[in-house]
Design a binder for this molecule. Structure first.
Ligand code: ARG
Length: 650
């Protein structure tokens, strides 16, 4: 048991006397931010004061008297309005360190209530090149899977590929009309990707041509409304205020609509400026419908389209697998949407039979409380939809894998889809399984809008990895000009990929974040680069002292705290286990990043103030070396759980 669990379990006994809902109160026991207030703080006296009608300080005093923490705490104080400050015993800390030192798991216990957790992550729509948006799901999902596994849960990772959607209609159509046979023979993936983009351009062009007049009309209406609102004179204060507000709102709408029109205009101009492209667009005026038709044919079992799909899919998979290899991620299962195709009809039938869904305008809909629009599971034309596949997927994951929890690591824009999906699944009977949308924000460029290339295209993931690696290589060369080129390259790879992953993981996942190579590769600050260099530095200390980690672990001595900073490092090291528990509460890997950053900073202070070579006594030197070893292992293990490699030497 870690310190926090130990403290909570003792408090639980005392709180059970007072309330039958101790959980929220126990959650108020936290590590302190400032060592002045001890190591942990319990703030539960304040809410209890209301409940019991007693001053919080008295309640705090009663709790202190009732809680038996003599085995682990040196001191328990009541401070301020009723904070309970707990200070751990040095002997308890050194005892825990001595246990962690020889332990492979650094003293982190596995859970005593393991669950079967399915992590649905990455899940790109194949046949389109992977882009910057895919990095978030991939790295957050992988980290959550690693941490669950490390804590003893049964984890099943599943890449729910979009391998059955319109994008295949697009490449089938593209292949039929535009393939460059030589290029396809030489590099099928590149040619398919070109075809996808080409058909996309044609489709977007026609859509823009269709939408532009409506968009202009809407703008004119807004402008008219603005003129009307601005022209009305009024002396009434309240009315003038409302008028001002209306004008501001209309101006905002006009700006947004102008952007839409400019966007559409840009799409049209791009094609019009290129004679060959324009000719192709004109010759394929029906491309949008034709693509849908090809998709419908594929789903209906059309032999030729099925053959195309069988031929194309492995190429698409090769393409994404190359990226997964570079990112060091893998999956237990890759069950794409196509896997569930045969189960969609039966799912809809069951919903109908059990009257969980009904027909509305020819479509089969699940009406759910609290939503304006129903969830459509079969369209009027008989086509099944994304939610239908997701329902079949839930059924599969529970029946085949006995999932206790399913985590969907997917863009926040799909929030509405998952809200409805989970409600529909509960209606269907899946009430005992946790279903969580682990949503995340958008990757932004410098200007605060979604990260795009200068030409306005989405940023390809492959190019991103290349750039991160080459910039990291430049840093590695600068830091170590005399190192062998192959070593420098390896460092560039580990540091570059690590930086990219960490930049993403260290953000609160719900927020958008600004992508910046310079920031992510900074040698100082909360970056993987800083942590990787810190880790290598600790290894350097052990190397310089000619001690091997094995010898340190084989002969554990007594840990000694000669001052506050060693003790602080000890507390921080022992909180590793607590932070991993914390990550899983709201599925937030950034808490582990913050922890590792804090650890590296405490270590830097320790290194500054506590000489190892000139420790003054063998005992103190050994203790300090052992703290170094624990720090390096915690950094390496923590980074590893985040999916980031660490090197002993940089
Ligand atoms: N393929 C989807 C997309 O790219 C994400 C799938 C997420 N997983 C799921 N079970 N719906 O938007």
């Amino acid at each position: 048991m870690n310190a926090l669990e130990e403290i909570k379990s003792r408090f639980a006994v005392a709180l059970a006397e007072i309330t039958d809902q101790p959980e929220p109160l126990l959650a108020m026991i936290r590590p302190t931010q400032d060592g002045k207030f001890g190591d942990y703080q319990a703030n539960c006296a304040m809410p209890l004061a209301k409940l019991l009608g007693k001053p919080p300080r008295d309640i705090a005093a009663d709790l202190v008297a009732a809680v038996d923490l003599s085995a682990i705490c040196e001191k328990i104080d009541v401070a301020g309005p009723g904070f309970i400050n707990l200070t751990l015993k040095d002997t308890w800390l050194t005892g825990q360190l001595a246990k962690a030192l020889p332990d492979e798991r650094l003293g982190v216990a596995a859970t005593d209530s393991p669950r079967t957790v399915v992590v649905d992550y990455s899940s790109p729509n194949v046949a389109k090149p992977m882009h910057v948006g895919h990095i978030r799901s991939t790295v957050i999902g992988a980290a959550l899977a690693n941490i669950h596994r490390y804590l003893g849960h049964q984890v099943i990772t599943d890449n729910h590929l979009g391998d059955w959607g319109t994008q295949f209609g697009m490449i089938i159509y593209g292949y039929k009309h535009f393939v460059d046979a030589d290029a396809y023979r030489q590099n099928p993936v590149a040619e398919l990707s070109r075809l996808y983009k080409y058909v996309r351009v044609l489709m977007d062009y026609h859509a823009a041509v269709r939408k532009l007049p409506e968009a202009r009309e809407a703008l004119e209406k807004m402008q008219l409304a603005l003129t009307r609102v601005s022209a009305t004179g009024t002396t009434d204060k309240a009315q003038a205020k409302k008028q001002k507000k209306d004008i501001a709102r209309l101006n905002e709408k006009i700006t947004a609509q102008t952007d839409v029109i400019n966007g559409l205009g840009g799409t049209i101009d791009k094609v019009s400026a290129d004679d060959a492209l324009l000719a192709a667009a004109n010759a394929h005026a029906g491309v949008e419908q034709a693509v849908l038709d090809e998709t419908v044919k594929l789903h209906a079992g059309d032999e030729q389209n099925r053959q195309y799909w069988d031929e194309f899919l492995p190429y698409c998979l090769d393409d994404i697998n190359r990226l997964y290899t570079r990112l060091g991620v893998s999956f237990d299962y890759i069950l794409g949407e196509s896997f569930y195709h045969d189960q969609l009809g039966p799912v809809v039938d069951e919903f109908l039979q059990r009257e969980l869904a009904r027909e509305s305008d020819g479509a089969i809909c699940v009406f759910l409380d609290g939503y304006e629009a129903p969830m459509i599971i079969r369209k009027k034309d008989g086509a099944y939809l994304y939610p239908t596949t997701d329902l079949a997927t839930i059924q599969h994951r529970v029946a085949e894998w006995q999932a206790d929890a399913m985590l969907y690591v997917v863009d926040h824009r799909q929030g509405d889809h998952f809200d409805k999906l989970f409600d529909a699944a509960k209606l269907w009977g899946y009430t005992d399984v946790e279903m969580t949308h682990v949503s995340f924000g958008t990757v932004l460029g410098d200007d605060g809008t979604p990260f795009k290339t200068r030409a306005g295209d989405t940023v390809g993931l492959e190019g991103l990895l290349d750039e991160a690696e080459s910039r990291a290589l430049a840093v590695a060369i600068e830091q170590n000009p005399n190192l062998e080129a192959s070593r420098q390259k390896e460092i560039g790879r580990v540091v570059g990929i690590g930086a990219l992953k960490y930049a993403d993981l260290s953000q609160n996942r719900s927020s958008d974040y600004k992508f910046s190579y310079d920031k992510m590769l900074a040698l100082r600050g909360n970056t993987a680069t800083y942590l990787q260099y810190a880790n290598a530095r600790v290894h350097g200390i052990l190397r310089n002292m000619n001690v091997t980690a094995e010898s340190l672990r084989a002969h554990p001595g007594e840990f000694v705290f000669s001052g506050a900073v060693e003790r602080q490092l000890a507390v921080q090291l022992l909180q590793f286990s607590e932070v991993l528990d914390d990550v899983l509460v709201d599925y937030k890997p950034n808490l582990l990043c913050n922890y590792l950053f804090d650890l590296a900073q405490v270590f830097a202070r320790f290194f500054d103030q506590c000489p190892v070579r000139d420790a003054g006594s063998d005992e103190l030197q050994l203790s300090r070396l052992q703290l170094c070893d624990l720090t390096a292992r915690t950094l390496t293990t923590g980074l590893g759980l985040l999916g980031i490699e660490a090197l002993d030497r940089i």
